[in-house]
Ligand binder design. Sequence first.
Ligand code: PEP
Ligand code: MG
Length: 960
Amino acid sequence: MFELDAQHIRMGQQAADKDSALAMLGEALVQDGLVAPGYIDGLRAREAQGSTYLGQGIAIPHGTPQTRDQVFTTGVRIMQFPEGVSWGEGQTAYLAIAIAAKSDEHLRILQLLTRALGEKSLDEAIRRADSAEAIVQLLHGAPQELELDDQLVRLHVEVNDLEELAWQGARLLKQTQCVETGFAGALQTNVPLPLGDGLWWLHSDHSVTRPGLAFVTPEQPLTFEGQPLEGLFCLASLGEAHRDLLERLCELLIAGRGQELSHATSSRAVLEALGGEVAPDWPSARVVLPNAHGLHARPAKELARLAKASSGDIRVRVDEGAPVSAKSLSRLLALGARRGQVLEFLAEPGTDAEAALSDLVAAVEAGLGEEVEPISAASAAPLTATPVIETNILARGENTSPLTAGDTFSAIAAAPGLAVGPAYVIAEQRFDFAAEGEGVAVEMERLERALAAVRTEIDALITRSEAGPIRDIFLTHLEMLDDPDLREGVQLRMKRNASAAAAWSAQIDEAAAQQEALKDALLAERAADLRDVGRRVLGHICGVALASEPDEPYVLVMDEVGPGDVARLDRARVCGILTARGGASSHSAIVSRALGIPAVVGAGSRVLALAPKTALLVDGDHGHVEIAPDATRIEQVQVERQVRERQRKEAEARRFEPAITRDGKRIEVAANLGNTADAAAVVEQGAEAVGLLRTELVFMSHDAAPDEAQQERDYRRVLDALDGRPLVVRTLDVGGDKPLPYMPIPAEENPFLGIRGIRLTLRCPEVLETQLRALLRAADGRPLRIMFPMVGRVEEWRQARDILARLRQEIPVADLQVGIMIEVPSAALLAPVLAQEVDFFSVGTNDLTQYTLAIDRGHPLLSGEADGLHPSVLRLIDMTVQAAHAHGKWVGVCGELAADPLAVPLLLGLGVDELSVSARSVPLVKARVRELDFSTAQVCARQALGLASADDVRASVESL
Ligand code: PEP
Ligand code: MG
């Protein structure tokens, strides 16, 4: 986190020119271990693109996005140049703030600096400052305006007394970053002031970062000290910023208009009465900000310049927030707008500002002087809420009768294998506790004891976890236990008489709900961790033994295994997975399969009511589950497992041999890969090629979009490991259910039918081109196959092909084939046309099944019906193969179906040339091929095409 700190400021520096100053600043960043030496070039390159002079004698040099990988730690180093340094364009910098930022954190520093960039001239003061503390003071201390906008007003809040109301006010001030931890407590110690008309006033200047006023009213009329309590002002006071507001409030009260506030029904009415920031009812235009690094200094400067060209007033706001003047650079920076957020411009009616609206929108779309990847504005428009008919369709038809010993049931087979073990059920637990406590001291001690116990538990988990990501999760949990904010909230609740359990539980709920509301999916996911930690602590306070992890390998029973949970799965401890929800081809199921843990998913919520340690048998091949099987059955399963284990061993022993049917037909068996580090392991499993490199997973392993050089390194690593074997790479396939944190896609109503795969990269050609360049450079004469995902129309293929053809001129490669994935039915239906132009097809059965049967691949209830062996899907595969072979092209299958033992004979029989499966499945798929006769497989495949359902198809090949 960026903060201005006196010890990071070097006073009285001298530099002959900007270049020397940059070298000095860069050196300071290097010396302090924030960046690698290469970052200095980044500072220069950025300056060459445009001056980083901000105004008021301040420059903010920073690296280019390409040099972000040179940043080790985010931070700033500041130098004062009393004699000034010419920063170009006639500007002189007296203070240079060198920023090392891995992502968009620099927006924070810009927000901090906005105070310095106010009206008052600072150049001279900065130049004359004789201590680092004085500089910090200047940057922080410039006059600030009182914050009072929509976000600071909450009406009809459910509270019981003034203390709770004050707490709500303090939360608003915290959320808007006016105050820090410590403010709420200080506020409560002050004496509330009655203003009349049911209005009260509380203020504090403790832990205030910028002045702000919150106004909150209770849902029910309350009283305090015998007087009505209908509204409370909470002031975070700093300097004199609130003086005007106070005067206005007094006038209002003297005029007998206090009830306009205490009885207000909208925040707008409150703001209008108090003269706060209200969005005026002016003509407006909205546009999505496309700049990768948000509205930082350069684009903000450009925007302010354009706005100033109009004599009329132009305001701008972000995501419905308070509007600010678009002509003020400091106000624009203070918005902290990020890529993907909606900017709304409001133009003063009857002036030239109205006409300027469309120009401003166009300028934002064009990047405000920066190169940008466009974002669809239509998809960023807020959705209007429509009344819904409350029917819990999801629960309908679900068998809810409790499970007892001897019960068996079927659900979705998600990962093959047999598992027997005690159930370890992770489900929401109910705790009974008193709402009221026995005094703060007693309750605090209870909490501390529980926290200490949980700390010990987590320490033990950290010691036991071998995998890095799992340790990281638990380390985060430890940090959460010591979060000062959390503690402060709990303490305050205890002071209001809450018991330790009630205070802790409410505080965790509130914090998790806030986290879940964040737009950043990754941050929102952390709410689950918070609830996890919360549950552990509550268990200790209430003396409820939480289901403890069985000592022997267990079957993990959960509602749904999310991608975050998969990282916790330790194969040594989890022998099977059973979930209430989830689908077979959801990405989390794919990861479970990759870990080799037998799994049955979508079994319904009754599995969550299983008693802890109930013995379970999970058959991940057939989707069967048995509850408390008897000893004979367990023995039978053990034998079956031994047989399978033997078969696996035999298959592994022959993993390097080709897959040839008994009558001599060979099919290539390749591996799917998502992590470049695993490439050597894939070869070790007997893969004859990589049939699908999911490059979005490679991208996801980086914190920011990898540049060409980084990608080239990644792809080289795979090609090196393959040692001459072919590599089939799929270009970036994000969108749908695969988000990339640093490539935000505006929310779409139907993401699977929206901008994903090739549709996305064709809209960001520079991303596609960088990736293709990196691939071509990495090839070095080795066999490279590039394919485009989600192609549905011939135009998409041709556009992508042409881009690649152009780049090939620039970077020639010896052995390249170019193809497409067949994932959309239209592509399969058009295969006779496409086959004339492509070098190969690779059938992505996960998506092809989803789009053919119109079933979301991750749908909790329906995805079990999305069976890739449905005759309709087989017919599309058949059309693809026929068309490809007619033109001498090859066809692979890289969806999950390729590893299904019942699907292998059918795909073989349809003439598929290559099967690409998870590395663990390679030996087994090869072994399966060796058991088959190609001629029989062909007959079976023809028959299957004429069948009516997936079940009929499965039954038809059961005996093969
Ligand atoms: C597929 O759709 O079958 C496929 C291989 O792609 P992904 O699962 O990565 O969407
Ligand atoms: Mg796909």
